[in-house]
Write a protein that binds this ligand. Structure first.
Ligand code: GLP
Length: 247
């Protein structure tokens, strides 16, 4: 595992964008696994900036997103498909046909998850998977207790995640209770993994995930078993790691 310490969110975003750029430049038709949440927004902003400067070309890039709320579609401003278009896709030259996100409007969970796994397979797997991390150590929507061997599946969101994500909705009642998410197995099959973490409320999760025991109770801890993981975190998110004298 490689850890990049960033002074602040801007520096973190720039470093993460640099790593993604390297991937796109080395393999212009690469498959990027993408994430939502507030953590990667700065990374997307930086990539858009470099695209406008002519340094990056997304014409052949294919993307697969980690997850989507069940019941929300592109019309809903809280859906992840909306988020991705708003924060990234609409500002770059990616081809719509190359964008893949679980379809939250398909209520047949088994069919949707199987379809999504087949999409990832048909693309030849993920070259670089970008991840954020939940306060409880979740990745994608793989909540504590998830079986490590899962591919795309339907999950019931925990109270902690519903509470954390309610800021994007008018009220906690509006937060969907379920989501489709790539499983731990889907994520672990990515050839490279890049996790971005920012802010004090991630400090415990970062410490537990990268320096604690590997356990389904902290889903991101499984990343310790991956051969090519890069963590880019700001000083606040690294506070617990530093407090334990590990940096
Ligand atoms: C959601 C997403 C995760 C994301 C997490 C943290 O639960 N499903 O992929 O990592 O939120 O989000 P944030 O970066 O806003 O803290």
């Amino acid at each position: 595992m490689r850890i990049y310490r960033a002074e602040n969110y801007q520096a973190l975003s720039r470093k993460a964008a640099n790593i993604i750029s390297a991937q796109v430049i080395i393999k212009p038709d690469c498959v990027l696994g993408l994430a939502t949440g507030s953590s990667p927004i700065g990374t997307y902003r930086q990539l858009i900036d470099w695209y406008h400067k002519g340094d990056l070309d997304f014409a052949e890039v294919r993307t697969v997103n980690l997850d989507e709320y069940v019941g929300l579609g592109p019309e809903s401003a809280q859906s992840y498909v909306y988020f991705m278009h708003h924060h990234f896709f609409d500002a770059i030259n990616i081809k719509p046909a190359n964008i893949h996100i679980p379809n939250g409007l398909n209520h047949d969970a088994q069919a949707e998850c199987a379809r999504y796994d087949a999409v990832i397979d048909s693309l030849g797997g993920i070259d670089l998977q970008l991840l954020g991390i939940g306060r409880n150590g979740h990745i994608g929507f793989n909540e504590p207790g998830v079986a490590f061997e899962k591919f795309t599946h339907c999950v019931n969101l925990t109270a902690s995640t519903i509470e954390a994500n309610q800021r994007f909705f008018n009220s906690p009642d509006e937060v969907p209770r379920q989501a489709y998410t790539m499983g731990i197995c889907s994520i672990m099959h990515a050839r490279k993994i890049l996790l971005v973490a920012s802010g004090a409320d991630k400090a415990q999760a970062v410490y537990n995930s990268f320096f604690g025991p590997v356990t389904p109770n902290v889903p991101a801890s499984v990343l310790q078993l991956h051969q090519d993981v890069t963590l880019v975190a700001d000083e606040e998110a690294l506070a617990q790691v530093k407090a334990h004298g590990l940096l």
